[in-house]
Design a protein around this ligand. Structure first.
Ligand SMILES: Cc1cc2nc3c(=O)[nH]c(=O)nc-3n(C[C@H](O)[C@H](O)[C@H](O)COP(=O)(O)OP(=O)(O)OC[C@H]3O[C@@H](n4cnc5c(N)ncnc54)[C@H](O)[C@@H]3O)c2cc1C
Length: 324
């Protein structure tokens, strides 16, 4: 698909101004780099930018926006390019504005249960950093090992824990936000309570880069759960599984996260991992003892502790819990 592209003469003009405003090497146009920044995980096609700019400070983001706005060249914010909706693709060429180098964890407060981070911090790295201080950042997109907090905010990412804890929107309480015109503003709060005024933070979350760029993000944290157990719950039907998913979150000690696996998917993963699948088929009803006895079952239920109790309105047919 080819869209209307930025005028090459305008791009050249913007490039000259950007090279003056940004540190040496921040403005790049190597073909392999443009190609890499021209696609993401949405598989919607290749949309190479004319330039990729890298910056590490809010003032530089402001400068990029001001220059491109005055010259008339489109700007597309981009982080780790793991997005599934194509938000980081520069459809019209112009400038890809990479947030990867803004990757500092500025502050973690155990007293206030918050952290202040730059947008390029990898989500999984943030989780580890707060957990080291006994705190917990729940939103866990499955891409957490490589996606960034900025991308999570812009996409309002969720994950397996969303059922119990909510999604990114529920944890973003403050932002430093650079508008496409280049003005920077601070919105939101850094306290647990803060109810008055317009919810501008809520407006920004999920805006996919269309309202400007978050250059600093304040996140609400929770105390780290004391103990996490993993359960494989086998249901006789999809309906039973979904009934359970609405019941578990309301129980205080259950439902930290959940992932739905159809038997066919589980069998394929099992084949891929080289494990036996018969023990895990939906019709399988293991007793506590038999599950503990066989090594091959331990691959699915390592350190099995107890046989399950009923879970959900109709009750799961079998359950094992294991330490993690
Ligand atoms: C294997 C895999 C598993 C995934 N699992 C999940 C999942 O469980 N839940 C889920 O919700 N998503 C999931 N995703 C999708 C993706 O990881 C998320 O959307 C993630 O939030 C994107 O982050 P990113 O850093 O890669 O952002 P990018 O893809 O680079 O950008 C995403 C959007 O954010 C904008 N953006 C980036 N940074 C900023 C910023 N600082 N300010 C303003 N706008 C910005 C971009 O312009 C773009 O519109 C998955 C993707 C993969 C590949």
């Amino acid at each position: 698909m080819s869209a209307k592209r930025a005028d090459p003469a305008l791009v050249a003009k913007a490039r000259e101004a950007l090279e003056q405003a940004l540190p040496k090497g921040a403005v790049r146009d190597e073909p392999d780099l443009l190609e890499a920044y021209g696609h993401d995980e949405s598989d919607t096609g290749d949309f190479p930018a004319d330039l990729v700019v890298f910056h590490a400070r809010t003032e530089q983001v402001q400068a990029v926006f001001r220059i491109c706005q005055s010259v008339g060249v489109p700007v597309t914010p981009v982080a780790a390019r793991s997005g599934k909706s194509g938000g980081s693709l520069p459809l019209y060429g112009g400038v890809s504005m990479s947030l990867e180098r803004m990757n500092r964890i500025k502050h973690i407060s155990t007293e206030d249960l918050i952290c202040i981070v730059e947008p390029g911090v990898v989500t999984g790295e943030l989780m580890k950093a707060v957990e080291a201080k006994g705190l917990f950042y729940p939103p866990d997109p499955n891409s957490l090992e490589f996606c960034s907090i900025g991308g999570n905010v812009a996409e309002n990412a969720g994950g397996p824990r969303a059922l119990k804890y909510g999604v990114t929107r529920d944890y973003v309480i403050g932002l430093e936000w650079v508008l496409p015109t280049g003005e920077a503003m601070r919105v939101g709060r850094r306290t647990i309570k803060g109810v008055a005024g317009y919810d501008l933070v809520g407006l920004f979350v999920g805006s996919e880069g269309t309202l400007g760029v978050a250059t600093e993000i304040t996140l609400q944290l929770l105390p780290l759960p004391k103990r996490v157990m993993t359960a494989l719950v086998v249901f006789p039907s999809v309906l039973d599984a979904s009934s359970c998913s609405t019941t578990c979150p309301s129980a205080p000690s259950t439902g930290v996260g959940s992932t739905f696996l159809r038997a066919r998917v589980r069998r394929s993963s099992s084949r891929w991992m080289g494990t036996q699948t018969t023990a895990c088929s939906p019709s399988f009803r293991p007793s506590g003892r038999s599950a503990r006895r066989t090594d091959r079952r331990r691959r699915w239920w390592p350190r099995a502790r107890s046989s399950g109790r009923s879970c959900g309105p109709r009750g799961a047919r079998s359950r094992r819990r294991c330490g993690r």
